[in-house]
Design a protein around this ligand. Structure first.
Ligand SMILES: [Zn+2]
Length: 98
């Protein structure tokens, strides 16, 4: 792939949005021009869609808080009712390990 401005060689780079979504783009080695092709754009859009699908509201459940897990994730990870999961506190959030 060559730069549309200077016809220099373009290399694929990785970046991430403020939401933490990783994406790929091409950057010209010569003039620094950055472009995103359709495939890369599509991939970012897809990630945004998935993220929206995976948002959950915290609700109160007695003295604790509960998070509703979307059915797509229930299916994907074959979660079962009353199953014990482990909550792993991490820097950016809490990881659920089934
Ligand atoms: Zn260029």
């Amino acid at each position: 792939m060559n730069c549309t401005k200077c016809v220099g060689k373009m290399v694929e780079r990785k970046g991430s949005t403020p939401e933490g979504i990783e994406y790929a783009y091409f950057k010209c080695r010569k003039c620094g021009e950055e472009i995103v092709d359709m495939k890369q754009l599509h991939s970012v859009a897809q990630k945004y869609r998935e993220m929206k699908k995976y948002t959950a509201k915290i609700s109160k459940w007695g003295e604790s808080f509960a998070v509703r897990i979307p059915k797509e994730l229930v299916k994907q990870y074959k979660l079962k009712q009353n199953e014990d999961v482990t909550l792993v506190p991490e820097k950016k959030g809490i990881k659920i390990v089934a």
